[in-house]
Design a protein around this ligand. Sequence first.
Ligand code: NAD
Length: 291
Amino acid sequence: MQILDGKLVAQAVKNELKLKTDTLKAQGKKTPHLAAVLVGNNGASETYVASKVKTCAEIGYHSTLIRFEATVDEQVLLQKIQELNDDDDIDGILVQLPLPKQISEEKVINTISAQKDVDGFHPANIGKMIQGQPAYIPATPYGILLLLEHYKIETKGKHAVVIGRSNIVGRPISILLSQNTATGNCTVTLCHSHTRNLKEICLQADIIVAALGKPEFLTADMVKDGVVVIDVGITRVEDKTKKKGYAIKGDVQYDTVAPKCSYITPVPGGVGAMTIAALMQNTYLAATQKQ
Ligand code: NAD
């Protein structure tokens, strides 16, 4: 069993981006600039956004954090996004999800300019991605592809089972794994909360992407020997022995599943780290495509 070390691969991606950013600066070109919008003070969202802002600084990008109270009016938020769209110095915009109930995520996503949509959630980017055209690929699926590529994991002809069909993880990764690319050409089964015989389907999988948000859902009796397991899940589970009062759990029961795997991602240190690296890659692309 080999661990797919997201931390290590993410660091390599970030190092390369830092070198490329240093070159941009030396050539007098524009420094990539990411705007992050955070609404409310959800603990996990605070952590994600802080980590994205910190990574920008490590690479040498500019970043701007814009915060709103959880009670913010939808129009005010949309107006701010429009301002960021119109601001030539901003290359990429991300609005941290989830958003409070009074705000339509759909309207927010649709308002972000497709050219600055470094999260890859805008329908124009999703549409292009489905057709195999150049597009911003959603950061988590993109991070998974970078990980598969780094470890040279053969995907061609393999049966990939994706658990979860969200617009940000499950559905896009199911499409990407099915495409005629170096990290694609899988036969993909997309499972969700209404799937019958999930265990039998998982037992047929060469590759499993678990993205359902249920801690330790995938157990050893659900996987065959030699499987590649990508654990996307991140759930805070109360743990009084930890200083923070919680532990982070993936969707895979790591201790029992790992011994059966050829490769597996840990949580933390797997897909989460890669998601940020992929976002940084998209931001670089957004900045340089403009020039
Ligand atoms: P979501 O809640 O939007 O979607 C969950 C999906 O799982 C749904 O499609 C649902 O049908 C399916 N599902 C739920 N219960 C199921 C069951 N018993 N059997 C089969 N399918 C089931 O979730 P999401 O936004 O895609 O996130 C999934 C998990 O990934 C969460 O833990 C989230 O925190 C994590 N996540 C991690 C990263 C990262 O960077 N590592 C990024 C995004 C999300």
